[in-house]
Write a protein that binds this ligand. Structure first.
Ligand code: IDP
Ligand code: MG
Length: 140
């Protein structure tokens, strides 16, 4: 079993599609281990997306991510990291596969509704960015 971090970005939370999105993961045999609503400050958004600090979209992305509440959750399942990335679809909703979350709900390349960890290393880092050891243990 593998775990990954999923974030429903501000555009998804604003449009009231949290339930629809979680239901897609559940239908794909992924289990919500723990979940919460949160809001990132600009500095926290910059820390979360630090790998993109030299990209031209870094300022705009971190403004957007800190613009409203988000949902963060830990999902568990077989091959969860790769599976979630596939269900989410390509970064740009216009290029995303039919039926993927970004194709269904994404607004544009920046406001693409959802984030999923891209490797085992990022999953570990991103889970501990949002959830303490205590929160994870008590969610078992
Ligand atoms: P990913 O979320 O599919 O892994 P990344 O390239 O890691 O995509 O980029 C992180 C996030 O930054 C994307 O999900 C999207 O919100 C935003 N982003 C990526 N590329 C662009 C761009 O060219 N313009 C605006 N925002 C972008
Ligand atoms: Mg990425």
């Amino acid at each position: 079993m593998e775990r990954t971090l999923v974030m429903i970005k501000p555009d998804g939370v604003k449009r009231n599609i949290i339930g629809e999105i979680i239901s897609i993961f559940e239908k794909n045999n992924l289990k919500v281990i723990t979940i919460k609503k949160s809001r990132l400050s600009k500095d926290a958004a910059k820390a979360f997306y630090i790998v993109h600090k030299d990209k031209p979209f870094y300022e705009s992305l971190t403004d957007y991510i800190s613009s409203g509440p988000i949902i963060v959750m830990v999902l568990e399942g077989e091959n969860a990291i790769e599976k979630v990335r596939k269900i989410i679809g390509a970064t740009d909703p216009q290029q995303a596969e039919e039926g993927s979350i970004r194709k269904l709900f994404g607004i544009n390349k920046e406001m693409n509704t959802i984030h999923g960890s891209d490797s085992l290393e990022s999953a570990k880092k991103e889970i501990s960015f949002f959830f303490s050891e205590y929160e994870l243990i008590s969610a078992e």
